[in-house]
Design a protein around this ligand. Structure first.
Ligand code: NAD
Ligand code: ZN
Length: 512
């Protein structure tokens, strides 16, 4: 459950209603419900029953919301002053505290005056005093939301704070959740979405060693029977043979059309298990639980599934969206450091594409970043979701995600995969910034800024001297021909703003 809280005028009802619509959840407004049940307006309740009477009614209404399950509830501005009620609410879900400057609050209350004359007039006089009195109380909530802006923007920031998104545009809409400790809730989350068993839990031997037990225990305690299906780790096993092995195991486990496959692992497991689910019995529901940083912020989002051929990566595949994406940042505790750093190549890229605050977070360097993955994963996830919702089938805007990839892919290939994907993307991103500066799209400061941030995260920023430039140029061409297009670049204009589809005829000069 999601509770919106904060001073009068912060927009709890407006934002709450819009947030509920965005997440396709029911919405409840505490003040409205109290008035409805009492059959009188709030000032009348205060007059007849005193504040104690009002608070008792408020507590009863909130207890009812909680009993109804998942949804968004807007609470009255003083509801959580009561410690017992606060504890009850915090145990039932996440509280977002909306804040806005006094002038904004007063303006909003004045605008609402027509609707609730008594309440708002009274409040306008009392508000400065009330805010001063409650400042520490409001500040004591961990999730704070600046609610001064336009509702749409505030609703998006609310989703980032909550790590909860609704992905639309390809097949049925589904939730993408970033939730610390979420793995232990896997079974309940499947139940809440009406998913059925038996569940095939697909993973690789590395990941399963650390996390399969938690996943299985959660599924079983939610009443699912489970079958764990393992593959050896590594891109070299991202083959159709592995997919065929999954299908055989699905059959042996008695998976039916209504059963569920769960992918627990990095991008390799996710791509393969998703593809296996897409084609098994012409499609069974699947859920993806990404366990690498790259899979959390990139591979698990967007519904692309597939396998490699000996001739090249990802040549076979299908668009097949999952029913749920569940990223638990706590599982990154076992991911090797090289994988974390490589994943950061994509995270920095996401910051450049669409979130200056994420870029700033990355700019704090490895020590700060690796101390707390939660916000970084929530923000990077949001950038990718914003892009794919706009362009699910990769016809336009989604090309922004290719920032650093046009040359990066070729560098990765020519290095014989000695460079990891995120490392090659880091190099490609610096080169994209250089191209942008050369074209006058961006200023030189951007190149220095991007280079410094990647370097401080331990990522390479130059093509290794020993790699053959001619081979890289050729590889870019082959890649593009295969995708049926000319070489077009996504180039950064500034942090948070990338232009797509740019033709740069003499781009190879940037490698020299
Ligand atoms: N579908 C898409 O849109 C998309 C996008 C980007 C990348 N991809 C694909 O993703 C793949 C790369 O993903 P990846 O980097 O996650 O590779 P990966 O799945 O090979 O995982 C990297 C390594 O980390 C291990 N690992 C993963 N999570 C762990 C954890 N929590 N603890 C310990 N070890 C863990 C894995 O066993 C593996 O050895 C590529 O095949 C790429 O094509 C797909
Ligand atoms: Zn990538």
């Amino acid at each position: 459950m999601i509770f919106l809280y904060g001073p009068p005028g912060a927009g709890k009802s407006t934002v709450g209603r819009a947030l509920a619509a965005a997440l396709e959840l029911p919405f409840w407004d505490a003040d409205e419900a109290i008035e409805q049940r009492a059959g009188m307006v709030i000032p009348a309740i205060f007059a007849q029953e005193g504040e104690a009477g009002f608070r008792a009614r408020e507590a009863a209404v909130i207890a009812d919301f909680i009993a109804q399950g998942d949804g968004v509830a807007a609470l009255g501005g003083g509801a959580l002053l009561n410690a017992a009620l606060r504890a009850q609410v915090e145990a039932a879900g996440a509280v977002l505290c909306l804040q806005a400057p006094l002038a904004v609050l007063l303006q909003r209350l004045a605008a609402a005056e027509g609707e609730r004359p008594l309440l708002s007039t009274n409040l306008q006089e009392r508000l400065p005093h009330l805010l001063a009195q409650r400042a520490a109380h409001y500040a004591s909530f961990a999730r704070q939301l600046d609610a001064a802006g336009e509702p749409d923007a505030v609703v998006w920031q609310a989703q980032i704070q909550l790590g909860r998104y609704r992905v639309r545009g390809m097949g049925a809409a589904y939730d993408a959740l970033v939730r610390r400790g979420g793995l232990a809730q896997l079974g309940d989350l499947l139940r809440a979405r009406g998913l059925r068993g038996p569940v095939a839990l697909v993973s690789d031997e590395n990941v399963a060693g650390f996390w399969a037990e938690t996943a299985v225990a959660s599924l079983q305690s939610a009443g699912y029977s489970t079958h764990t299906i393992l593959m050896p780790p590594g891109e070299e096993h991202k083959t159709l043979q592995t997919v065929a092995n999954f299908w055989e195991a699905f059959l042996a486990a008695g998976l039916e059309r209504s059963s569920t496959a769960v992918a627990l692992g990095g991008g390799v497991v996710g791509d393969l298990a998703g593809f296996a689910a897409a084609a098994y019995l012409r499609g069974v529901p699947w859920v993806v639980v990404p366990t690498s940083l790259l899979a959390m912020v990139d591979a698990s989002l967007g519904g692309k599934t597939g396998a490699d051929l000996p001739q090249g990566k990802n040549l076979i595949g299908a668009f097949y969206p999952p029913k749920l994406v569940l990223a638990d940042p706590d599982v990154l505790s076992t991911l090797p450091e090289v994988e974390l750093r490589s994943g950061l190549g994509e995270v920095v890229k996401h910051g450049i594409i669409g979130d200056p605050a994420l870029f700033d977070l990355c700019a704090r360097g490895w020590t700060a970043v690796s101390a707390d993955w939660d916000e970084l994963v929530r923000r990077a996830t949001a950038v990718k979701i914003a892009v794919i919702v706009e362009d699910p089938y990769e016809q336009g805007r989604r090309a922004a995600l290719n920032l650093g990839h046009t040359i990066g892919h070729a560098v990765e290939l020519v290095s014989g995969f000695q460079l990891r994907h995120g490392e090659a993307v880091a190099i490609g991103t610096v080169l994209a910034a250089k191209l942008a500066a050369r074209l006058g799209l961006a200023d030189g400061g951007l190149v220095d800024e991007v280079t410094a941030v990647l370097h401080n995260l331990g990522l390479p920023t130059q093509i290794p001297a020993e790699l053959d430039r001619g081979a890289i140029i050729q590889a870019v061409g082959v890649d593009k021909k295969r995708k049926g297009g000319k070489v077009k670049f996504a180039l950064p204009r500034k942090i948070g703003d990338v232009q797509v589809g740019i033709d740069v005829p003499d781009w190879p000069q940037i490698l020299m």
